[in-house]
Design a protein around this ligand. Sequence first.
Ligand code: HEC
Ligand code: HEC
Length: 240
Amino acid sequence: MRLFALLALMAFALPAGALPDLDDEAMAERLAACAACHGPRGEGAPGSEYYPHLAGKPAGYLFAQMQGFRDGRRHYPQMVYLMRNWDDAWLARIASFFAAQPGVVPRHAPPPAQSAADRSRAENLVHEGDRGRELPACASCHGPQLQGREPGVPALAGLPTDYLIAQLGGWMTGARHSIEPDCMARVVARLDPAEVRRIATYLAGLVPEPDSRPLEASAEPLPLDCGGATRFDPARGVAP
Ligand code: HEC
Ligand code: HEC
């Protein structure tokens, strides 16, 4: 019993490189603390109107976010607390685990009703952008079906409305930062709060394809420089 407790303690204290290989089952068990808010395999917690799902998102993106909570780029208190002592190698393992789970259609309530005019204004910005204010289409980075793109651009379709508003608002107020150059801060600076709400409502109402996966990394440069996860190393994660 005492030996078991000691081993369990060591497993958490050691860098992931020194951990035994953990299969999916063992990873899910070890990550049981995440299940209440994100679902046992990151598929989303039923009934949650805020907690984002993790399953099937690009590993580099997930890694950069966990590192961001640990290093002060994002501020949700429970997430900061959970990540505070974990090293990059272990975060890279967690990211690979959730990225490999089947992409899922999240189960949250439909967004508030949107007028046809508001929907079409949102759709235009998302898919066409606005040349007049040098606003690239969201889809030019996030993908034509907003399915995300390896290694660092997350999917947007079907996230909870409140979560989307909070994230875009976070960039607007400086509460959320990505690794520099922070392209999302630049995108959001070109939107007004009413547009953010309209876009979030539109995106939350999109139903992703079943088991939708992020696109392969783009061979072309993105329309703005993004410093987020530009590469992902499953053993070490990525440096800012
Ligand atoms: C108490 C609920 C709660 C628990 C437990 C929890 N999370 Fe979270 N997590 C959240 C919330 C809420 C957010 C979004 C925070 C924000 O608004 O920035 C989040 C965000 C994330 C993100 C970023 C997702 C994205 O799409 O940007 C990752 C990755 C993540 N959590 C991983 C984990 C892991 C791994 C664990 C377990 C070790 C865990 N979380 C446990 C509530 C939780
Ligand atoms: C130049 C490329 C680019 C464009 C254009 C862009 N994004 Fe992003 N977006 C990113 C990257 C990269 C990230 C990941 C940021 C990070 O690592 O923190 C991101 C993250 C996000 C997130 C966070 C998702 C989550 O799960 O927390 C939201 C929401 C978002 N973008 C919405 C939008 C919207 C809406 C638009 C259009 C108005 C847009 N983006 C345009 C590159 C882009």
